[in-house]
Design a protein around this ligand. Structure first.
Ligand code: NAD
Length: 363
């Protein structure tokens, strides 16, 4: 018997230990071509929730590293959001343009189901509502489901509301009032979250600039709201009070931080700091108030959480509104302990997990 080639080595378990994961499940089904990894990071607060991403990873190792990192991020996001969910994530290794089939997603659904609710899945990059519909044929442990299937539908308006709340908390901290009237806000990425953020900002009389690589996204915003359009390469040179990244991650890096001048960074995209420790410290040194991304973009997960309880939009929005208070608490903690805001957020997340973990030991 020959040993088939794999890009995984015995570092896999070590990597699991490094990130402190509870369980990692490797799923394979030759007939459908399914290769997936489900990572359950921490279930102290509740079942591990996190979307499934379908991506053409260069190697299994790359897929593993991604799912471990993302699932850990979900633990922190749910903890700070104050919801009773742990962190999980799944990745399907494959090209979302050519490798999809009903059988593949139903098989994946069976793997999710086999975990008995310990992991709850949702949509992420490369996954469409149709794919989720097929996963849902085999398991009830799915959330963020389209409205026509009885779910809560597109979470981006709720995400944008949370970003807006975080931005207002930052404005209060930096300027003494939470009013965004007259503040110059640069919204980078005018997609789902960007559009709804612009809607809220324009209602409050902010001076809005937008930038996007995709013309239809820009046109959609300009059809409904007043905004200046900034060329993609000029974003960081712009004069602005608030930079709101709502497109890609890692836009706070060595290059951009040489150019960026603003009072506040508050946007919806994930993983904005290219290297958390380096660039989190750099924005602090530069005197820019950074509202940690996973704190202020948690409206989407809050919405999913409320879908699991039998959807109540009022409750979802009311909990999302609390992002204002949480963000304020993080700014105060950062100031009192003289640490970057991302670190203050991480500490807050860890403290809640520790405290709730302790009460769970009693009957
Ligand atoms: P989207 O795909 O609807 O919109 C993203 C927009 O960014 C698109 O219009 C795209 O053309 C544009 N874009 C891509 N590269 C760009 C660039 N270099 N410069 C300017 N624009 C660029 O996605 P979305 O749902 O609005 O999500 C935006 C970000 O927020 C993502 O990072 C996502 O992970 C994060 N997020 C979204 C939600 C949600 O509820 N949708 C929740 C949490 C986090």
């Amino acid at each position: 018997m020959t040993t088939p080639e794999t890009s995984l080595d015995f570092g896999t378990l070590a990597e699991m230990f490094t990130y402190d994961h509870e369980q990692v499940v490797f799923c394979q089904d030759k007939s459908t071509g399914l290769k997936a990894i489900i990572a359950i990071h921490d279930t102290t607060l509740g079942p591990a929730l996190g979307g499934t991403r379908m991506w053409k990873y260069a190697s299994e190792q790359e897929a593993l590293t991604d799912v471990l990192r993302l699932s850990r991020g979900m633990t922190y996001k749910s903890s700070v959001a104050g919801i009773n969910l742990g962190g999980g994530k799944a990745v399907i290794i494959g090209d979302s343009k050519v490798d999809k089939s009903e059988a593949l997603f139903r098989r994946f659904g069976k793997f999710v189901d086999s975990l008995g609710g310990k992991y709850i899945t949702a949509e992420d990059v490369g996954i469409s509502p149709k794919d989720i519909e097929q996963v849902q044929m085999e398991t009830d442990h799915v959330t963020g489901v389209p409205e026509y299937l009885g779910g809560s539908g597109d979470p981006s308006p709720v995400t944008a509301y949370g970003v807006y709340m975080g931005m207002k908390a930052a404005t209060k901290k930096a300027y003494g009032s939470d009013s965004l009237t007259g503040k110059k806000v640069m919204v980078q990425g005018a997609g789902s979250v960007g559009y709804h953020l612009v809607k809220l900002l324009s209602k409050e009389g902010a001076v809005i600039s937008i930038s996007d690589i995709y013309e239809p996204s820009i046109k959609r915003v300009l059809k409904d709201f007043k905004a200046e359009v900034v060329p993609v390469n000029d974003v960081y040179k712009e004069e602005m009070d608030i930079y709101a990244p709502c497109a890609l991650g890692a836009t706070l890096n060595d290059d951009t931080l040489k150019q960026l001048k603003c009072s506040i960074i508050a946007g919806g995209s994930n993983n904005q700091l290219a290297v958390e420790t380096i660039h989190g410290e750099a924005v602090k040194k530069a005197g820019m108030l950074y509202a940690p991304d996973y704190v202020i973009n948690s409206g989407g997960i809050i919405n999913c959480y409320w879908e699991l309880q039998g959807y109540n939009r009022e409750a979802a929005l009311s909990q999302t509104e609390k992002i204002f208070d949480t963000t304020t608490e993080i700014f105060n903690k950062s100031e009192n302990e003289n640490i970057p805001t991302f670190l203050a957020a991480n500490k807050l997340a860890e403290e809640r997990i520790l405290a709730i973990g302790k009460i769970k030991t009693s009957f």
